[in-house]
Design a binder for this molecule. Structure first.
Ligand code: GAL
Length: 334
C-alpha cells in the first residue's frame, strides 16, 4: 500500500494537470478506502447523484449502515443492508464536502412502507424544477427480492431537504429498477430505468412538475440487459453509460449515443480504457456530472461495491472525455 500512495498522488496530479481542470477532484477513493466529510466522518452516499444549484454542489446518496446479509432463496447474490434513507452533502469545489444531514429519512418497523429499513432505497437523484421552485428526488424503491420494481418520488423546498416522500410508481405499468434522472436544457425531465426484468431500459418523459411520469416513453437498449444508467449531454448529443447486470460484482460498461433523449440510441463499446477496463476499474456507474464551462470533459462517478459488507463500499471518480465523438474513461491519465 505504501508503494501505491505516491503512484496515486502522481496519477491524480497528472489527471488534474492534463485535463487543465482545477474542478475535477482527485478520486475520493480509488482503492475502496474511506472518504471523509469536513467533520472527519466517512461519507455515506452510495449510488449517488449531484445537483448543482446556485454555485453549490449537493451530493445525494444511499445511506448504508449496519450488517450485510444474504437474502435466502435467491438465484443470485442478493446481499442486503438496511435501507438507511438518503444523505446529502454540499460542496463549493467538489473536493470538500459538508454533511447536510439525512435528506430523506427511512421508516422503521412498517414493512408495508416503501421507505421501511427492511426494504430497498437506491440510486437517489435530484433535480430542480424552476417553474414550481421545488427540488424533486426520484429513487429506486424495492423489496428485498427486487420484485416490487418501482420508482419513488419525493419533494422539498430546499436543496438539502428534508424531502417529503409522495409515492412510488411503475411508469405506464412498467417495472423500474436501477434508474437515473436527466433534465434537458429545455426544462424537460426524464426518468431512465432498467425495466422488463432488467432486459430492456426505458426512458419516460416526466410531467412539467417532474412528480409523475407521462405516457410518453420509449424502450431502449432492447434485450441488452443493462443497468446503472448515467446520462449526460455534450454538444447536442446524449450519452448513456450503463453496466451489465451482475449484481454487486463489477463488469464492463458500454455507452450509447442518441440525438434525442427518447432515442433511438446506438450502443458502442466499453468507454473504459487500460488495465481494469473490463470491470470499470472495479466499479459500477452511478452519475456523470458536467463541469462548468467544459463541453467535452465530465466527472464520471461510480461505486466500488463491497458486497459482503456493503457499508464499506467505496467510490471511484474519474475524468470522462469525449474524443472525436467517442467516450473515454481512463483511470490513469498520462
Ligand atoms: C446492482 C445495482 C445496484 C443494486 C444491486 C443489488 O446491479 O446496480 O444498484 O441494486 O444490483 O444486487
Amino acid at each position: 500500500m505504501k508503494r501505491l500512495i505516491p503512484i496515486m498522488i502522481l496519477c491524480n496530479f497528472l489527471l488534474i494537470k492534463h485535463s487543465g481542470l482545477a474542478q475535477i477532484p482527485k478520486s475520493p477513493d480509488v482503492n475502496g478506502k474511506e472518504w471523509h466529510d469536513t467533520q472527519g466522518n466517512f461519507i455515506n452516499a452510495h449510488g449517488a447523484g449531484i445537483l448543482h444549484h446556485n454555485d453549490t454542489y449537493y451530493l445525494f446518496g444511499e445511506i448504508k449502515k449496519g450488517n450485510t446479509w444474504l437474502v435466502a432463496g435467491q438465484s443470485w447474490e442478493d446481499y442486503r443492508v438496511p435501507a438507511g434513507g438518503v444523505s446529502c452533502y454540499s460542496s463549493k469545489d467538489l473536493k470538500t464536502w459538508k454533511y447536510e444531514g439525512v435528506a430523506l429519512s427511512p421508516v422503521k418497523g412498517d414493512t408495508t412502507n416503501d421507505l421501511d429499513t427492511g426494504r430497498v432505497i437506491e440510486r437517489p437523484k435530484v433535480i430542480y424544477n424552476r417553474a414550481t421552485k421545488k427540488f424533486v428526488m426520484w429513487m429506486h424503491v424495492d423489496k428485498n427480492d427486487y420484485s416490487y420494481s418501482r420508482a419513488g418520488v419525493a419533494v422539498s423546498d430546499n436543496p438539502a431537504g428534508p424531502y417529503r416522500y409522495i409515492r412510488s410508481v411503475q411508469p405506464n405499468g412498467q417495472m423500474s429498477r436501477d434508474m437515473t434522472l436527466f433534465q434537458d436544457d429545455d426544462g424537460k425531465a426524464y426518468l431512465i430505468y432498467s425495466s422488463e426484468q432488467n432486459n430492456t431500459m426505458q426512458v419516460c418523459l416526466l410531467n412539467d412538475d417532474y412528480l409523475s411520469p407521462t405516457k410518453i416513453f420509449s424502450r431502449i437498449l432492447v434485450d441488452r440487459r443493462r443497468e446503472a444508467p448515467a446520462l449526460f449531454k455534450s454538444e447536442g448529443k446524449y450519452y448513456l453509460i450503463t453496466s451489465s447486470c451482475t449484481g454487486w460484482s463489477p463488469n464492463a460498461a458500454t455507452y450509447a449515443v442518441a440525438n434525442q433523449v427518447l432515442g433511438p440510441w446506438k450502443e458502442y463499446e466499453n468507454p473504459c480504457k487500460g488495465a481494469g477496463a473490463d470491470t470499470t476499474f472495479g466499479s459500477q456507474s452511478t452519475y456523470v456530472l458536467p463541469i462548468n464551462g467544459k463541453t467535452k470533459t465530465f466527472l464520471f462517478m461510480a461505486d466500488t461495491w463491497n458486497k459482503t459488507d456493503l457499508k464499506q463500499s467505496g467510490y471511484l471518480w474519474l475524468s470522462l472525455k469525449i474524443n472525436n465523438g467517442k467516450v473515454e474513461i481512463k483511470k490513469f491519465v498520462y
